[in-house]
Design a binder for this molecule. Structure first.
Ligand SMILES: [Zn+2]
Length: 197
């Protein structure tokens, strides 16, 4: 923890030097076209490093991250990422990955949020409202948030699946397959929610 600004560039020089020794063609190969099999949509949280916990190398995962891994059809950013991944890169898999202890999910349920985050959280509040009975039936607050994290992933997967560009690709190529994951930070474990789409 406590990475200084200067260290970033020192680390980068060391990384280039190491890669040049371990795989001399590494950077040259990456300069060609990218052909990732995965589009990963996850939370911006700094403790959820997708490529690291997936064991993925540069070039293998196309990544989009935002607060609480939202897929909102009115968000041009995520819609453009999905369009690019599906039509240009023709990814095999689209993953929506949430994580337990998500600060975004928690903040969405708290009062006093204003600015752009307030509208950003509308979808999460809607999910919580729709599942109020189930969530209120969970006694501890942590458990309630854990369940909301899962429900949120499920809704975002459904949002991905409902997009015309995704439906057209599935009809034509039989892919991408949509997956919902949750990353458990304190164990480092990746959980497949196993939705059958
Ligand atoms: Zn989060």
């Amino acid at each position: 923890m406590g990475l200084t600004y200067k260290q970033v560039f020192e680390n980068n020089r060391r990384w280039v030097a190491e890669k040049s020794v371990s795989d001399s063609d590494f950077l040259a190969k990456l300069s060609g076209e990218q052909q990732p099999d995965y589009l990963y949509i996850g939370c911006s949280d700094s403790r959820v490093p997708a490529e690291i916990f997936m064991g993925a190398q540069p070039g293998e995962v196309f990544v989009h991250r935002n607060v609480a891994n939202q897929v909102d059809p009115s968000d041009r950013n995520v819609m453009s990422v999905i369009q690019f991944a599906v039509t240009q890169l023709q990814v095999e898999h689209i993953v929506v990955c949430g994580h337990y202890l998500c600060g975004g999910i928690k903040a969405a349920m708290e009062k006093g949020i204003d600015g752009p985050l307030d509208s950003w959280f509308q979808q999460i509040r809607g999910i919580a409202g729709k599942h109020r009975d189930e969530l209120e039936g969970i006694d501890d607050l942590d458990g309630r948030y854990r369940r909301l994290v899962e429900l949120n992933v499920e809704v975002q997967c459904t949002n991905v699946l409902g997009l015309q560009v995704v439906q057209e690709a599935i009809g034509k190529n039989g892919s991408p397959t949509i997956h919902g994951w949750v990353y458990e930070m304190h164990t480092g474990r990746l959980i497949d929610l196993d939705f059958q789409y």
